[in-house]
Design a protein around this ligand. Structure first.
Ligand code: UDP
Length: 474
């Protein structure tokens, strides 16, 4: 009789966009495959993870280990990109991770590392464990990253200098403006780190991606086609998504959900830029007027604009008299009290998007937000900010046809004017175009539900990984 459960260790990079899907992956290994799971997170994320595990049916099978904080100030340029800083932080955490795994009485048979922690695969080699990379994003992103070393030499001439679209097998051409920022400057450390990632990922025993077969069929097929010239991904690819936080009824009555209950079906646009995204002050003002002028219902999760300085000051437009934050136009809350809600800082997004009143999502196109939108059959206004979000926006508009976006990419210098915002909101909520997108996104919702059901492709992919993890390295 089997007395111990198979044990797998997972490593999450910092930030909710990584932690949430890693946690969901851990939950599925416990709930569906009866694994014991240890999740390594950076210290700042530990409390969130633990709070999300509280109500699980079998919490004793979860072990959350917080890696001690590391000081990266001496090893990374203060002006380096956030991705570079995350990668360096994960690198500096390797000794602590090695000690923690070595000290475990039940040695895990496999280590699943989130992309930016992929250097930890060396620990799996040392300790004779299987090693997997988990991509919290999609197959386009994985394909671009693993194809990067192949096109490295021609990138500067053709893409960066001539601004030709990026051609990735199995993906629609990615316009220059939508390329991963990491690909744009060969002298930047993040470019070098991505080249390394592109070469390192295929050394894993498998790559798990937060997508599903029917969403990215062509991209997955191209990645598996080892006959294509220049392909480097001979590694098995397992689409196991969408891994989205299960919606739970809030413990207390939620005022936003209460308000949504009173709105007509599919009438509200939800506006949010993820766990950390913000806009410039000028863009915030245009967005406020655009929402107001659209005369549609909205829920807007606001954060102070990005051009506030260390002392917390920014371009003030309002006097905050009616509770309107002073970076929004005067009287914004009063004028929109019937039609709109402003939530400061954090909203129960998964729950809100699941509400029948939700009709659209103006989103920064983070992959978790995108999945949550699709799983709730909500079409989008794509407003990408950074990372792979611009590529996601290309996919949503050009390939899947479930989003609209502004004519020009909003940047710190180029703002999207209120009239265009008003038009985009109306295109999604009111116009026939929006109805078409809603019916397409609902088809995707059903295909996602099928993929994660126990007869679906994502369930099957994870079962294959689980079977290998049960055995471990022979
Ligand atoms: N999120 C939330 N409330 C907020 C903002 C974000 O619950 O006010 C959640 C959101 O539902 C998603 C995650 O945080 O699951 C953000 O991940 P995503 O990949 O969309 O963007 P990132 O934060 O990584 O830019």
């Amino acid at each position: 009789m089997k007395t111990t459960k198979p044990h797998v260790a997972l490593l999450a990079s910092p930030g909710m966009g990584h932690v949430i899907p890693v946690l969901e992956l851990g939950k599925r290994l416990v709930v569906y495959h009866e694994f014991q799971v240890t999740i390594f997170v950076v210290a700042t994320d530990a409390a969130t993870v633990e709070s999300q595990l509280r109500n699980l049916p079998n919490p004793n099978l979860f072990n959350v280990v917080s890696l001690p904080p590391v000081d990266i100030s001496g090893v990374v340029d203060p002006a380096a990109s956030i991705v570079t800083k995350i990668i360096v932080m994960m690198r500096e955490s390797l000794p602590a991770l090695r000690s923690a795994i070595s000290a475990m009485s039940l040695r895990p048979t496999a280590l699943i590392v989130d992309l930016f922690g992929s250097e930890a695969m060396v620990i799996a080699d040392e300790l004779k464990m299987l090693k997997y990379v988990f991509i919290a994003s999609n197959a386009w992103f994985l394909s671009a990253t693993t194809y990067f070393p192949t096109i490295d030499k021609q990138l500067e001439e053709e893409h960066i200098n001539q601004q030709k679209p990026l051609m990735i097998p199995g993906c629609k051409p990615v316009p220059f403006e939508d390329t991963l920022e990491a690909f744009l400057d060969p002298k930047d450390q993040v470019y070098v780190e991505y080249l390394r990632l592109g070469l390192e990922i295929p050394k894993a025993d498998g790559v798990l991606i937060n997508t599903w077969e029917d969403l990215e069929t062509a991209t997955l097929a191209a990645m598996r086609d080892t006959t294509s010239l220049g392909r480097v991904t001979k590694v098995p690819v397992y689409p196991i998504g969408p891994l989205v936080r299960q919606v739970t009824p809030p413990a207390l009555e939620d005022s936003v959900l209460g308000w949504l209950d009173k709105q007509p079906t599919e009438s509200v646009i939800y506006v949010s830029f993820g766990s950390g995204g913000t806009l410039s002050s000028k863009q915030m003002i245009e967005l406020a007027w655009g929402l107001e002028q659209s005369q549609q219902r909205f829920v807007w999760v606001v954060r102070p604009p990005m051009d506030n300085d260390a002392s917390g000051t920014f371009f003030e437009v309002g006097n905050g008299s009616d509770g309107t934050p002073n970076y929004l136009p005067d009287g914004f809350l009063t004028r929109n009290s019937e039609k709109g809600l402003v939530v400061q800082k954090w909203a129960p997004q998964a729950e809100l998007l699941a509400h029948p009143s939700m009709g659209g999502f103006l989103s920064h196109c983070g992959w978790n937000s995108t999945m949550e939108s699709i799983l709730n059959g909500v079409p989008m206004i794509a407003w990408p900010l950074y990372a792979e979000q611009k590529m996601n926006a290309t996919m949503l508009t050009e390939e899947l046809g479930v989003a609209v976006r502004s004519k020009e990419l909003p940047t710190t210098e180029r703002i999207v004017e209120r009239e265009e915002i008003e038009t985009m909101v109306r295109r999604i909520i009111v116009d026939k175009e929006g109805h078409g997108m809603r019916s397409r996104v609902k088809k995707l919702k059903h295909s996602a539900e099928k993929a994660t059901s126990i007869v679906g492709s994502s369930y099957d992919s994870l079962s294959k990984v689980a079977k290998d993890c049960e055995i471990g390295l022979l």
